[in-house]
Design a protein around this ligand. Sequence first.
Ligand code: A3P
Length: 289
Amino acid sequence: GEQKQLKEVAGIPLQATTVDNWSQIQKFEAKPDDLLICTYPKSGTTWIQEIVDMIEHNGDVEKCQQVIIQHRHPFIEWARPPQPSGVEKASAMPSPRILRTHLPTQLLPPSFWENNCKFLYVARNAKDCMVSYYHFQRMNQILPDPGTWEEYFETFISGKVPWGPWFDHVKGWWKIRDRYEILFLFFEDMKRNLKHEIQKVVHFMGKNLDETVLDKIVQETSFEKMKENPLTNRSTVPKSILDQSISPFMRKGTVGDWKNHFTVSQNERFDQIYREKMEGTSIKFCMDL
Ligand code: A3P
């Protein structure tokens, strides 16, 4: 349908409704105390935002849920008329605001840089990210159909997926990590030692939490807990948008599921392309725990 269309901005495919709203998005007025959660799609956005919320509300689950119902951190580039756009929702929010985006650095509204906002970036290894995105595009009824796994493999590599190529996204944010106030985290580190990564976020947000609160946050943000929680498993989103009978939103939450999808030859080809595209960057990913 028409809603599933992608349009490009400077070579990056985005949802058509986002592109239609592009001038409003670029004029977004950030504030110096904004915290922006930045991710390539399927890299742990929901996970990190739950962690940030729990930290913000001292591990108070009830309080957290109220806030989530009122305004789950708006996506800057979200636009789906007649609903209020992400920009409009963010403008109506009290400060300090926590916002979200999947935009690559070159498309971010300039006022985020000008105001020296805090950025919390979560990166996930490309192979698991591709697998997760494939299943997400299967179940997401407002994004293009991914086709077969073989077809999607090519589409993902070519970067003709919503929000563009994984490679440039990750390289772009990694490159500027020391130039701005950026906390750069990895999905795989979160799987390996969640408490340690949460402590980094606590520190980055300028908070100080009791050990018991910290332990509670670790428990509440486990995959199992978040899969059960109606506010994080997206079960409240209508089937016409997310069809969870095709694939659940909280799907597996593991590192290394790519091994169940990539053939040996796909894996060789991918490694080759990866080396070419990631040449010259120092970023290192773990592909297996
Ligand atoms: P899988 O599809 O591999 O299961 P996003 O929120 O950016 O869309 O990312 C979704 C991915 O993060 C999904 O990956 C989802 O299962 C995983 N995820 C969400 N919460 C998680 C958690 N608490 N622990 C581990 N993985 C989680």
